[in-house]
Write a new protein. Structure first.
Length: 76
């Protein structure tokens, strides 16, 4: 990503936190099988999902999609 102003960085962090808050609300409604932990910094976050039944953990990286000048995703 290119240079961003402090205000743009703050807005990106707020956007990420809003997404994480929403995910937490959804998850808390049904967490019998899976548990979730979040780590966030700025506009990126990592979510650990643990399957309590199968005893398997997963890491999910959350970050904004970057696009090139043709509108094609660069980081998917």
């Amino acid at each position: 990503m290119g240079y961003k102003s402090i205000e743009e960085q703050k807005q990106a962090a707020r956007n990420t936190n809003e997404l994480l808050d929403h995910l937490v609300k959804i998850i808390e409604q049904n967490d019998d099988r899976f548990s979730f932990e979040f780590a966030s910094g700025g506009e990126k976050a990592v979510m650990e999902i643990f399957d309590k039944e199968k005893k398997i953990g997963y890491a999910v990286k959350i970050e904004p999609i970057e696009y090139n000048e043709n509108g094609e995703a660069l980081n998917l």
